[in-house]
Design a protein around this ligand. Structure first.
Ligand SMILES: Nc1nc2c(c(=O)[nH]1)N[C@H]1C(S)=C(S)[C@@H](COP(=O)(O)OP(=O)(O)OC[C@H]3O[C@@H](n4cnc5c(=O)[nH]c(N)nc54)[C@H](O)[C@@H]3O)O[C@H]1N2
Ligand SMILES: Nc1nc2c(c(=O)[nH]1)N[C@H]1C(S)=C(S)[C@@H](COP(=O)(O)OP(=O)(O)OC[C@H]3O[C@@H](n4cnc5c(=O)[nH]c(N)nc54)[C@H](O)[C@@H]3O)O[C@H]1N2
Ligand code: SF4
Ligand SMILES: [Mo]
Length: 719
């Protein structure tokens, strides 16, 4: 159903910044809301109140007029016939997905009646569950978090993506700051470590390609020959979860062969002597054995990196592929030591790029209003990676009250959270009251008691920080909300009002909230001005060209900490070390007898986590859930390309169609993700086999720390 708002734009009553003055056709400056480092500037063409085209803004320096295939199809998603357009209440069993239309008044009354009961027993019985469906600071955690603070609800630790690596990087470098994306094309050597930017950060890839055309060498470190690895000069296919060992091996060779920058080390680092002693233990032979690669690969990579740093800019694009395992935080920490060892930070195009989010002085005090928490209240924190277990926990002194109320927004936990069998079991609890704010009837929405229609980025206002470049970004609404959809902010304002909360902050408009998004008392954003940002679309943070060229690390010592006292205090090894995976052939021989194959489930190019899986043109491009399997592993199981297989372990099983290919190294299977469970024949996805165990730091997830077995399916179910 196409909801037309024809006639509405005739007078441009919302005073959008117009690039064309034609009343019936104009363009609006917007921003891509997705959990992607590129945070593109969009130009939305609106004709007669309908968004007809979404393009990349050619004037925005990092977008350069280019969008990925997913968001180029944004209108298809916005006007999708399955968009949720009005509030609904559940009439079937939980998970069945049968709903009936109700009014907003009925919905808010039903929600607040239930919440009042839950809160009266114990406010910690209520839990938010949200992640990065939109990265906007207004539609993310502004009014929502104010509401949960006011209630005194349980807190959610948002650890599903980046927290292990962020912690490891922070111990070493001090904050999520690194090489500016706009410098990448000047690099002479780029190591793409645990990342597939062709799929997940195409604007980084464009710059890496530019560097390549100017003679740069590209090396991928990835157990899988991803789209990106295929296009690099060299691909080092190590075993999953062994990156920390490879980094130690590089340190070993760099130090032994004196390929280090003694001057930089002396001035700007802490603990070199101890590091050298530790690295001495990691001979290339030992590293090769742990990582399942050759001695020559270790030694040559170290020489290329060390010599590269002397000859020009050498950049490590490390990403989240390395940190979704037990030792993920340590892996990122070890890699983050390398540019300080070689002085690669001296060059603006050298150094390391993980996340740049730490540069944005987000004004969380204004956005989230932690002061709304009543004096003396200190709600417990639930780690979102453990949502399955948390929902199945009875009350206890240790755990606190049972979770009886759950409000889900900006996330699809039944599809994306690990150990999905338990998650679904938790969501199915009859005594759990669940509200879901969504665009579509996702796997999670099927379990809602009350399902509320949320607006998309084209229909609401927002302000964005990013993690892949240094621009503050503004999103202007392009069209009116479809049907009865409302922004998350407005929905939480209505719920707050229904609860009787009359604090002034629940009357602030989205514009007023956006205007407080960044602190202007810090040098990075001293020039932040929401009115300007809205009109211009973006404003770059004030950042030095090479953030750590002269030290200035944000660690307690102000140096790059090869030795970290904070880590010691937190019960961690203060020096780089290798923490083996929970589940691997080398680290868990008993389990590996039953489940001998490592499995990873990184993002598919045409999906954004589980978003877009229901957009037919994109789903058709991915086809169906696949499993890439090495020819020897397939032959040993008499499996050929096209066979439907069952992938299983002690936690669950899923079905997928096999592609026999040496893209997956021997001993590894790869299921590109994250499929909607209900769009797969057996109603399962990769998270049927993933685990709720946590990484070494930051409470991070361990999605790629999984052993499975694969067998030909006897019963083939189709969607
Ligand atoms: N198209 C698309 N883009 C996305 C997303 C999406 O779902 N689809 N998701 C977004 C989100 S939420 C995130 S967090 C980012 C993720 O962005 P990246 O961190 O760049 O992650 P991926 O692109 O998944 O690349 C991870 C790569 O790591 C590899 N890998 C897996 N295990 C290991 C390991 O142990 N060691 C090493 N060295 N490599 C390993 C995988 O094979 C994969 O090729 O992408 C964002 N962009
Ligand atoms: N097996 C496996 N599992 C993984 C991963 C993996 O690599 N493998 N990756 C993990 C990672 S890195 C991440 S970040 C998580 C991602 O997990 P999530 O952040 O849950 O991401 P999505 O699956 O994209 O779900 C976001 C949902 O928010 C909705 N949404 C978007 N905008 C709005 C809005 O304005 N309002 C409301 N109410 N809803 C909105 C979308 O419709 C979508 O259904 O998944 C993790 N799960
Ligand atoms: S998903 Fe990433 S690449 Fe695609 S439009 Fe959004 S920010 Fe740009
Ligand atoms: Mo993520």
């Amino acid at each position: 159903m196409l909801i037309s708002a024809a006639g509405w734009c005739a007078e441009n009553k919302y005073n959008f910044p117009l690039l064309k003055t034609n009343m019936t056709s104009f363009q609006v400056k917007a921003v891509c809301p997705h959990d992607c480092p590129d945070t593109c500037a969009l130009l939305v063409t609106v004709n007669d109140g309908i968004a007809t085209e979404v393009k990349g803004n050619p004037d925005h320096p990092t977008t350069g007029g280019v969008l990925c295939t997913k968001v180029a199809r944004y209108t298809e998603r916005t006007y999708h016939p399955d968009r949720l357009l009005y509030p609904q209440k559940r009439i079937g069993k939980k998970g069945e997905g049968r709903f009936e239309r109700i009014s907003w008044d009925e919905a808010i009354a039903a929600i607040t009646a239930k919440l009042k009961n839950i809160v009266a027993v114990n406010p910690e019985g209520l839990l938010p569950y949200s992640y990065a469906g939109t990265m906007g600071l207004v539609q993310g955690e502004s009014v929502a978090q104010r509401f949960f603070n006011k209630v005194g609800a349980s807190l959610l630790d948002r650890t599903i993506c980046a927290s292990a690596g962020a912690a490891g990087y922070k111990y070493t470098v001090g904050a999520s700051i690194g090489t500016d994306l706009e410098q990448v094309q000047h690099a002479r050597l780029i190591i793409i470590w645990g990342s597939n930017p062709i799929a997940s950060s195409v604007h980084f890839w464009m710059r890496a390609q530019e560097a390549k055309r100017s003679g740069a060498r590209l090396i991928a470190i990835d157990p899988y020959r991803s789209l990106t690895a295929e296009k690099c000069h060299q691909h080092i296919a190590l075993l999953p979860g062994t990156d920390a060992a490879l980094a130690l091996g590089l340190m070993h060779v760099l130090i032994k062969e004196e390929l280090i920058d003694r001057d930089y080390i002396g001035q700007y680092t802490l603990g070199f002597e101890q590091l050298a002693e530790r690295a001495a233990e990691w001979t290339p032979e030992r590293v090769a054995e742990v990582c399942g690669i050759t001695v020559d690969e270790v030694v040559q990579l170290a020489r290329d990196y060390g010599n590269g740093c002397r000859e020009g800019a050498t950049l490590i694009r490390l990403n989240y592929g390395v940190q979704r395992v037990r030792g993920g935080g340590m892996a990122v920490r070890n890699i983050a030591c390398l540019p300080a060892l070689t002085g690669a930070w001296r060059n603006p195009a050298g150094g390391a790029l993980l996340s740049l989010s730490g540069a944005f002085p987000k004004n969380n005090a204004a956005l989230h209003r932690p002061d709304l928490l009543a004096p003396g209240m200190a709600p417990r924190t639930i780690n979102m990676n453990e949502i399955g277990d948390a929902l199945l926990q009875p009350a206890s002194t240790e755990f606190g009250p049972e979770i009886t109320g759950l409000i889900v927004y900006n996330s699809n936990p039944v599809a994306v959270a690990p150990d999905s069998g338990k998650v679904a079991q938790g969501f199915a609890r009859e005594d759990l009251f669940t509200v879901v704010l969504e665009h579509f009837q996702t796997d999670t929405a099927d379990y809602a008691d009350i399902l509320l229609p949320a607006t998309t980025q084209l229909e609401h206002t927002d302000v964005h920080s990013t993690y892949g470049h240094y621009y503050m970004m503004a999103n202007n609404a392009a069209i009116q909300p479809l049907g009865e959809a409302k922004p998350n902010s407005e929905i939480f304002r209505l719920i707050a009002k229904g609860m009787g909360f009359d604090d002034a902050c629940f009357s602030e408009t989205d514009d007023q909230i956006a205007a407080t998004a960044f602190r202007t008392d810090t040098v990075n954003a001293v020039h932040f001005d929401w009115e300007f940002l809205k009109k211009n679309g973006w404003q770059k943070l004030i950042m030095p060209d090479a953030p750590f060229a002269h030290g200035n690390f944000l660690t307690p010592s102000g140096k790059c900490e090869f030795y970290s006292e904070s880590m010691l205090q937190h019960g961690l090894d203060p020096l780089p070390c290798f923490i083996p995976p929970y589940e691997s052939v080398a680290s868990n021989a008993v389990l590996a007898q039953q489940f001998p194959l490592a499995m990873i489930s990184p993002p598919a190019r045409n999906f954004m986590n589980s978003t877009f899986v229901n957009v037919k043109s994109l789903r058709d491009t991915e086809g169906e859930p696949h499993l890439d399997m090495h020819p020897e592993d397939a032959a040993a199981r008499v499996i050929v390309t096209g066979d439907m297989v069952r992938i299983f372990n002690q936690r669950g099983s899923m079905q997928a169609r096999v592609r026999v290919t040496d893209k997956a190294r021997k001993g590894l299977v790869v299921g590109l993700s994250i499929w909607w469970k209900k769009l797969a024949g057996d109603g399962q996805n990769a998270n049927a086999v993933t685990s709720q165990k946590l990484a070494d730091m930051g409470g991070g997830a361990t999605f790629y720390d999984v052993l499975v077995e694969v067998e030909k399916s006897t019963v083939v179910l189709s969607a």
